[in-house]
Design a protein around this ligand. Structure first.
Ligand SMILES: Cc1cc2nc3c(=O)[nH]c(=O)nc-3n(C[C@H](O)[C@H](O)[C@H](O)COP(=O)(O)OP(=O)(O)OC[C@H]3O[C@@H](n4cnc5c(N)ncnc54)[C@H](O)[C@@H]3O)c2cc1C
Ligand SMILES: NC(=O)c1ccc[n+]([C@@H]2O[C@H](COP(=O)([O-])OP(=O)(O)OC[C@H]3O[C@@H](n4cnc5c(N)ncnc54)[C@H](OP(=O)(O)O)[C@@H]3O)[C@@H](O)[C@H]2O)c1
Length: 247
């Protein structure tokens, strides 16, 4: 099988100074919400590929990627130049274990993301599984400033579709606001603000937690949850914490 399929960019949306979404028509094999696929460009004769989470749910096209232009990023600094009609390489298979089929049954599902880590959770939230499997679903989405809080319209649609079952908790760490929590996710777990805001408690019996984005957030949040008695989930040793580091 070929290492890459040739895809075509059909739209490029810019959310803020550094945040973008890329929409691509390409063949890929069936995937699960929460997975990622490698995309690549040929840059100076070399194919540079990186993994990106799929934001679209499995039954929807085009493929959607939410990414940040990291300073001097080898690939991302070229992705930002793509326009409709340009070609992009897409790996034929998606991968990854941050999917609901890997998450044990519980009453409450907590999805906690920093930055572009919200992308795979939007894919999961667009499927039926979270709404069928969990009484309550909480999306926690932490960014630095309001301008980086992307996908607000889609999140509002989820709120309208699942009133009472879905709670959205944004964090803005570097800008005051009257609707988002200040500071960082792990601190808000330690001091109880996150649960107070959600109106439900995090516990070993009732909670499953998925973490995605900045590896330091994943580590600090995991530690805060371990302090509360939760543990990392493994197939052979079930727990409550499933995580994906973006770097
Ligand atoms: C499983 C997986 C899924 C991923 N999904 C996404 C995604 O959906 N969207 C996305 O933007 N990135 C995602 N990434 C990161 C992505 O693969 C690249 O690492 C990123 O775009 C930078 O690539 P680059 O070649 O431009 O930068 P490089 O020159 O390779 O620089 C890498 C550095 O950029 C920083 N960085 C990388 N990714 C991010 C990020 N997302 N947010 C903030 N800082 C970052 C880190 O400091 C890292 O060391 C994912 C990574 C993994 C492992
Ligand atoms: N955001 C931008 O406008 C922008 C623009 C150009 C380039 N960049 C670069 O892109 C990269 C990523 O920026 P980003 O803003 O998407 O991602 P980020 O640095 O991961 O920040 C996203 C959120 O994660 C929080 N966070 C960071 N460390 C944490 C930890 N240990 N525990 C819990 N939460 C934590 C941040 O809080 P804090 O604010 O408290 O750190 C912020 O609220 C950086 O290299 C940045 O310099 C960013």
């Amino acid at each position: 099988m070929a290492a890459w399929n040739i895809g075509k960019v059909v739209e490029h949306k810019q959310w803020s100074n550094a945040l973008h979404s890329l929409y691509v028509e390409a063949d890929i094999e069936p995937f699960e919400a929460g997975q990622f696929v490698k995309i690549a460009l040929e840059i100076k004769g070399e194919v540079i590929g990186r993994p990106y989470s799929l934001v679209n749910p499995p039954d929807s096209r085009p493929l959607e990627f939410f990414y940040i232009e990291v300073p001097n990023g080898q690939l991302a600094s070229h992705l930002v130049k793509l326009i409709s009609g340009d070609e992009i390489l897409v790996a034929p298979h998606a991968n990854g274990f941050m999917i609901l089929d890997e998450v044990p049954q519980a009453r409450h599902l907590w999805l906690m993301a920093t930055g572009t880590g919200a992308g795979p959770f939007l894919s999961i939230l667009a499927t039926d599984k979270p709404w069928q499997n969990f009484e309550r679903v909480v999306l926690v989405y932490a960014v630095r400033t309001f301008s980086e809080l992307s996908y607000q319209e889609r999140i509002s649609q989820i709120l309208a579709k699942h009133p009472g079952q879905f709670t959205f908790i944004p964090f803005l760490s570097r800008e005051p606001s009257d609707f988002a929590l200040p500071g960082r996710i792990p601190q808000a777990i330690i001091d109880g603000r996150l649960e107070a805001h959600a109106g439900i408690k995090i516990s070993t019996e009732n909670s499953q937690i998925m973490l995605c984005g900045n590896p330091k957030m994943v580590k600090d949040t995991t530690n805060a949850l371990i302090e509360r008695g939760l543990k990392k989930h493994h197939r052979f040793d079930p727990g409550q914490i499933t995580a994906e580091n973006y770097w």
